[in-house]
Structure formats: C-alpha cells, structure tokens
Design a protein around this ligand. Structure first.
Ligand code: PHE
Length: 351
C-alpha cells in the first residue's frame, strides 16, 4: 500500500468515526483544508521534475477525489441519520385509535314516553305537561280525595312544609292525575264564551306524561318515577271507549296482538267504577303472567264538576300508567333502579 492509499484509508477511518457534522468538518480540514495533509502533498509537487510532477499530481488528485467522495458519503450518512432520528422523535402512530366523541342517546324512559305520545297522538290525543310541585288541592282535593281521608295514603307523597302565594299547601305530585283537572279547567275556560253562545263544548282528549314522587324505594319502586295520565271526556264517552283505546295502545306499544287484557275492579276516589288494567302476553319470556300496567276508571261526577263541567252532560274515563314499567317490560329490564342510576354501561345499550 503506497502513502496515498494509506492517506485515503486514514481519512475514511476518521470520517467514519466523526459522530456529528461539526466533527466531520474538523476532520475534513485536517485533510483538505489550507493546512491539511492533501494540501501539504500538493506543495511537494513544486520540487519535482516536470514528468514526475505530472504523474504524482494525477495520483494526488485521485487520492483527493477519493477523500472527497468519502467525505460526501459520510456527510450524507450523518444527514440521513439525523433525519431518521428526527422522524422517530416526531413519529405519529396513525394506527392508534382516535379520541372519538361518543354519541349520546335518548334515555329508555324518554324513548318510551315519546312512543306513548306518538301512539296516543295518532288517536287524536293532545299532549300536556304540568308542574311537579303541586298544590294539595290539585293532587288530592279536586280529585275527590278530601283532607284527612285515608284514601290519600294510596298516593303517599313527599309533603313540603311550604305554601304557595295563595296559602295553599304544596307537595311533590304523587301522580299525574292533577293534570286531568288542570287541563280540563283550561279547556273549559278556553271554550266558555263559545259555549255561552250556544256552541257545544269540544271533547277533551289528552295525555299528560311526567315525573311523579312517592315515599317508596325498592327494585320496582323509585321515589321519583314517571306516570302518564290519560283523559277522554265528552258527551257520550263510555268504558267501552276506554277498552278500545287502551287495547289499541297496548297492541301498538308492544307490537303484538298476542296478549290478553283484564279490567280488574279496583278503587280510586276520582273514578267510579274503577279498574286496574292487567295484561298477559301469550308468548315470550313473560307468557301467562298478569302484569298490572294502569289504573283507570270512569271519571267521578265530583271530579267532572271540578273540571268546570256539568257531570249531567259530560262523562268519560281516565287512566294512569307507568312509562317506567312499560319500558322495563318492553326492554326486559328487571330492576327499576337501573333506570335512574345514570350508569353508562346500562344506558349505552339503548343508543
Ligand atoms: N292516579 C292513579 C295512581 O297513581 C292512577 C289512575 C289514574 C287511576 C286515572 C284512575 C284514573 O294510582
């Protein structure tokens, strides 16, 4: 190996060991710089005879070319390594799952209430809402349930030690039945002038869903629960109409004809006669079990009077059912409390 070959080898080795571009440039200076070893060799040419100078000059130039090529190769390698490191540091894993936004959904009870509203609306029923903090008069007295009467305990509620501006005791309504009175009175007032002028009072056909409250808490009772009241009052509305409407509702709601219905005699102060409505599916997981789905009855004349209507000319029926129960039956839920705990593992199933 001649001196030029070992010079090239030494340069390659130094370049290869330079860990950074700055150190590589220092190494370059040692070979190719003004005081570098290649430059020094060039200076020796001057002392040579012209023919030797030419040959030696070509050899030095070849060696210089090899050193420059090695330098460029190392520069490229360092730049590539730097780029590689930078890319690795800024790496984005595009296969990671995104930070998605969860879609919400309607609560099963809200869904059920919407379903009830749609079915009754198709039968000509209006939908009304009313206050959850109610007067004692609306919750009980107007519904033929006088103060201190034991029948009040049927709908035992949370009594509030508070009176409204007119001095009436307030409570959290234990049922949606006060909406019968509120809606019917507003209806009678709205049509009072027309009726005084000889027109006939239009029929009342309404449902009123909403939150209700009682002192109760177990797998099938919650201190806050939902009810949906129904009221149909006209000049000739009978128990038969109640049966037709309610059975049509059950059929639509559960999307089946495969059930039996029974009107079981019962008592409510505001209806006479009164009945609990039970249904029993003929097939499926609940087959053969009587399930109570509503209280109902022909509206008591005393209540019709409190509507601001004449019980001699106005008659009809009311019912009250539990959307929570209906949702449980429809979706196969066995514990009412699940509905109100807000656990997403439960609720997400209804999205
Ligand atoms: N309000 C009654 C209850 O909560 C149900 C009902 C409504 C019964 C309308 C008859 C008529 O138990």
């Amino acid at each position: 190996m001649n001196d030029l070959d070992s010079l090239v080898d030494a340069a390659r080795a130094e370049f290869a060991q330079a860990p950074t571009p700055a150190e590589l440039e220092n190494a370059k200076a040692r070979y190719l710089g003004k005081a570098g070893r290649v430059t020094d060799l060039m200076k020796t040419l001057a002392a040579l005879a012209p023919d030797l100078r030419k040959a030696r000059g070509a050899e030095i130039n070849a060696a210089k070319g090899a050193i420059e090529a090695a330098l460029q190769a190392r520069r490229d390698a360092l730049a590539a390594a730097e780029l590689e490191a930078q890319l690795r540091a800024e790496a984005l894993d595009v296969t990671l799952p995104g930070r998605g936004r969860a879609t919400g959904g309607l609560h099963p009870v809200s869904r059920t209430i919407e379903r009830i509203e749609a079915i009754f609306a198709s039968m000509g029923f209006d939908v009304a809402e009313g206050p959850e903090i109610e007067t004692d008069w609306m919750s009980f007295t107007a519904l033929n349930n006088p103060e201190n009467h034991p029948a009040r305990s049927m709908q035992d509620t949370f009594y509030v030690d508070l009176k409204d501006a007119e001095g009436r005791w307030l409570n959290l309504r234990p049922h949606t039945s006060p909406m019968q009175v509120r809606y019917a009175r507003a209806h009678a007032a709205r049509h009072a002038d027309a009726v005084a002028g000889g027109a006939r009072m239009p029929e009342i056909r309404v449902i009123a869903p909403g939150r209700t409250y009682r002192v109760d808490s177990d797998a099938t009772h919650s201190p806050m629960f939902h009810q949906c009241e129904g009221l149909w009052i006209g000049e000739n509305v009978s128990f038969k109409d109640l049966k037709v409407v309610f059975i049509a509702f059950v059929r639509e709601f559960f999307e089946t004809d495969d059930f039996d219905v029974r009107f079981r005699p019962s008592f409510f102060p505001f209806t006479e006669p009164s009945a609990e409505i039970d249904i029993a599916f003929r097939s499926g997981p609940l087959a053969g079990r009587w399930l109570e789905v509503a209280g109902s009855g022909q509206v008591h004349p005393a209540v019709v009077r409190n509507f601001g209507l004449d019980p001699e000319t106005h008659i009809g029926f009311a019912f009250g059912m539990g959307p929570d129960r209906l949702a449980m039956l429809r979706y196969g839920i066995d514990d009412l409390r699940l509905m109100f705990e807000g656990d997403l593992r439960f609720l997400a199933q209804f999205r």
